[in-house]
Design a protein around this ligand. Structure first.
Ligand SMILES: [Zn+2]
Ligand SMILES: [Zn+2]
Length: 219
């Protein structure tokens, strides 16, 4: 019983004024990495990649709120990574200037090209990392969570699920009932020991949220 799980690099750090959690998933054997939600601090992301000797192959977004996508363009330019997100969040992505104005941020970050639309059940790969795409509409129509199965399963949950709470649904395209349905069908289906890295704040597990999150206890 010494089948140790592959030692992937998993590093999360907050970026930008709204402290969005950026997560780097890297395979040290091949030097390939996926960056989830690079926020707006490209230098911080690049130095974390360099520290682990990783090349960014894909930039994936849990959704296209401005605090999660600000460095997409710069990271794509500097690394050649492909930008991937759900097509139902493209409208939001096309309106970064409006989002910036609502938050009093100026100037808005440039919008990168979108290299690939990703959907429920798709996989995003980098080296031996095989990330499963879960479509979890509710916070935004194109909200995604990313699931890394295995002995130590991981979920990057964006603004769909937080430690002790869930994402707000009062912004453009938000839908509370849809969000609850997404969490019930896609996230609560995961193992209790799945480690959860949310889009903001501290990490948690599926089991802890199933038992203690006030929005989920009666599902
Ligand atoms: Zn959001
Ligand atoms: Zn956010």
């Amino acid at each position: 019983m010494s089948s140790s799980p592959p030692a992937f690099v998993i590093e999360t750090f907050p970026v930008g004024p709204l402290q969005c959690n950026c997560t780097i998933l890297g395979d040290p054997a091949t030097g390939e990495a996926i960056v989830v939600d690079p926020g707006d601090e490209v230098e911080k992301v690049l130095s974390a990649l360099a520290r682990h000797n990783l090349r960014c192959r894909a930039v994936v977004n849990t959704h296209t709120h401005i605090d999660h996508v600000g460095a997409n363009h710069a990271l794509r330019e500097r690394t050649g990574a492909r930008v991937m997100l759900h097509e139902q969040d493209v409208v939001l992505y096309d309106n970064l200037a409006v989002q910036a104005e609502m938050l009093g941020l100026f100037p808005p970050p440039p919008r990168s090209a979108v290299d690939e639309h990703i959907h429920q059940g798709d996989r995003v790969k980098a080296g031996a990392i095989d990330l499963e795409v879960l479509h979890t509409p509710g916070h935004t129509p194109g909200s995604l969570c990313f699931h890394l199965p295995g002995a130590q399963p991981l979920l990057v949950s964006g603004d769909t699920l937080f430690a002790g709470s869930i994402g707000r649904t009062d912004l453009w395209g938000g839908d509370f009932d849809q969000e609850i349905a997404s969490i019930r069908t896609r996230l609560l289906a995961l193992d209790d020991h799945t480690r959860v890295i949310p889009g903001h704040g501290p990490e948690t597990t599926i089991g802890r949220e199933r038992r203690r999150n006030p929005f989920l206890v009666n599902l």
